[in-house]
Design a protein around this ligand. Structure first.
Ligand code: ARG
Length: 283
């Protein structure tokens, strides 16, 4: 299959971790007793940003805000679809204050920002990922099936709702990562048997992560062309990716794992993910 290349510069939204910390507990990774090393978090975030810039990504920034420690997880801002984006409606009150800040920056960047009705929960690209034309949505723990359906109607795309059954993998991007239109990384135990069967029958090439590497957030990868960036501690996935023609890059993100996030959670792709682009790396 021919390799298509894109000429546009990739753009990613990030938020500096000035006010990042674990100040409440809304997922099993978060423990207020386990302090975040702020200086180290700043360094880890800067390293991730530097890696992205070194491979040609333009970084846009959300201004950090005191009192919103999870604003760093920009994957949860919205789902971007061309020049439109559907803003998140967070499940937990603790994160709802992020919504106007994400809306403002996305509007400033030129996007048409569409909002959902109040009762529909939806946590952006954390729970909604394209693989080809299809939008895969994670529901039950954060986003709701109705919220995902609503998003599908707004962007006129089929949504495949996948039930998440393990509280540790509470967002779809913690256990599923499309690489191209027909290849994805995933952690099967995070899905119910129906979800597993749907993923197996819709995506031709699936790379499974092990229990240990799932705990290191292996599936929470940022994909830019054939580069796949993850937290360190995922050697098996990296070897597998290499053998398939990808270029895996590891960078330590342990301070963010303390809040239940890693590489992908810290980014929001603004110009469309690789997996929506008909691009294939290896045959
Ligand atoms: N502490 C945040 C939360 O529980 C982490 C969000 C991680 N983001 C992601 N896209 N998985 O909401």
């Amino acid at each position: 299959m021919p390799i298509e290349t894109t000429t546009a510069q990739p753009r990613i939204l990030m938020c500096p971790p000035d006010f990042y910390g674990v100040e409440y507990e809304i997922n099993p990774w978060m423990d207020r007793e386990r302090e975040v090393d702020h200086a180290l978090a700043v360094e880890q975030w800067a390293d991730l940003r530097a890696i992205l810039e070194s491979i040609g990504v333009k970084i846009e920034l959300v201004p950090p805000r005191p009192g919103l420690p999870d604003l760093v997880f920009t994957a949860n801002a919205a789902i971007v679809f061309g020049q439109r984006c559907v803003l998140s409606r967070f499940h937990h009150e603790q994160r709802q204050g992020e919504e106007p800040h994400f809306a403002a920056i996305l509007a400033e960047l030129g996007f048409e920002v569409v909002t959902l009705p109040d009762e529909r929960h939806f946590e952006g690209a954390g729970d909604a990922l394209f693989c080809g034309e299809t939008l895969f949505g994670g529901y039950r723990i954060r986003s709701t099936a109705l919220g995902l359906q609503h998003v599908g109607r707004i962007i006129s795309r089929e949504v495949i709702p996948l039930e998440l059954v393990d509280q540790r993998f509470y967002h779809l991007d913690t256990c599923f990562c499309p690489l191209t239109t027909d290849q994805a990384v995933w952690y099967p135990p995070a899905f119910d048997s129906y979800g597993q069967a749907v993923i197996r029958s819709s995506i031709p090439t699936l790379i499974e992560v092990t229990d240990n590497e799932a705990d290191s957030f292996a599936a929470n990868a940022v994909v830019v062309g054939n580069r796949v960036i993850t937290n360190s501690g995922c050697p098996q996935l990296h070897a597998e990716l290499k053998s398939r023609g990808f270029e895996p890059i590891a960078t330590p993100l342990g301070e963010f794992v303390k809040a239940g996030g890693s590489a992908k959670c810290l980014t929001l792709r603004l110009d469309g993910e690789e997996a929506t682009r008909g691009r294939r790396i290896a045959d």
